[in-house]
Design a protein around this ligand. Sequence first.
Ligand SMILES: Cc1cc2nc3c(=O)[nH]c(=O)nc-3n(C[C@H](O)[C@H](O)[C@H](O)COP(=O)(O)OP(=O)(O)OC[C@H]3O[C@@H](n4cnc5c(N)ncnc54)[C@H](O)[C@@H]3O)c2cc1C
Ligand code: FES
Length: 270
Amino acid sequence: MPRNFNHTTICTIEKVVDETPTVRTLVFSDEVMSNVLPGQFAMVWVPGINELPMSVMISDEKGKAAFTVRKHGPSSTGLFNLGVGEQIGVRGPYGNSFDLKHGKILLVGGGTGLVPLMRLLTFVEPSDDVTVLIGAKTKEEVFFEDLANKLLEKNPHKVIVTTDDGSYGEKGFVTDMVEKSVNQTTFDGIYTCGPEIMMHKTVQIANSKGMFVQASLERMMKCGVGICGSCCVGEDLVCKDGTIFSGDHLSSNKEFGYFYRNKAGILEKY
Ligand SMILES: Cc1cc2nc3c(=O)[nH]c(=O)nc-3n(C[C@H](O)[C@H](O)[C@H](O)COP(=O)(O)OP(=O)(O)OC[C@H]3O[C@@H](n4cnc5c(N)ncnc54)[C@H](O)[C@@H]3O)c2cc1C
Ligand code: FES
């Protein structure tokens, strides 16, 4: 019987990889999740704690998928603390996916925002010339640099890391490097996921150059399927209309980059 994507499937954690002191990847077997499109997410039930939206991470093993979680508040910490043999509930996949252009591609990611971008890298063609910009606060928080290089070993590519404090890679904000890159190269597609301030700046820079850009937005999610309205950003529902939005659409959304709704649905400034 085909799977009902709105039913929760129980999965067992098979492997845990420490990426940084606060970020872990939890690998599990699930055919549906192993084949999601780049940018799609799942609702992940952490038994006894909560259900959280998570981008679906790739695995190098067939039929497997993963979640890469940063330990933050109670729910993500609950997920982060799960070990091999413990169970989670997974429903989805939900949301749209990146519209991958070919030619010269620029990816801009920060933190766990790199998760959907790593999956996007598995869809590039060998002739695509890909630049990946990874932003982190410090050296300790850099991850997926080696993975990005490995996924792109057959492509002309560059993986550039920036750290705010200069402890690794180039010193400064990743958006400084976006500015530099678009001044040197005309990109056919720019894709970004991570902190909203980073995505907002990236979209502004790309729009000012008339380059195609898409950003994957995050908002508070409860249902994940367009019913509760908790994920709205302006007129859009992130879970159903997104999570991927194009730069020209975002340029007319007055909440993107400025406001979000808290757990009570109240609009707050970033
Ligand atoms: C589409 C999508 C994909 C995501 N992918 C990842 C991922 O791959 N890895 C990862 O570590 N995190 C991811 N997140 C963020 C994650 O869902 C949580 O928001 C985050 O882990 C903090 O949750 P918390 O309950 O531990 O923190 P809390 O301290 O309870 O909350 C801290 C803040 O996190 C946000 N938050 C909490 N609950 C939710 C929720 N249900 N929906 C959205 N935001 C929430 C709010 O801004 C809140 O103020 C994603 C979010 C979205 C919307
Ligand atoms: S999370 Fe309920 S409408 Fe988007």
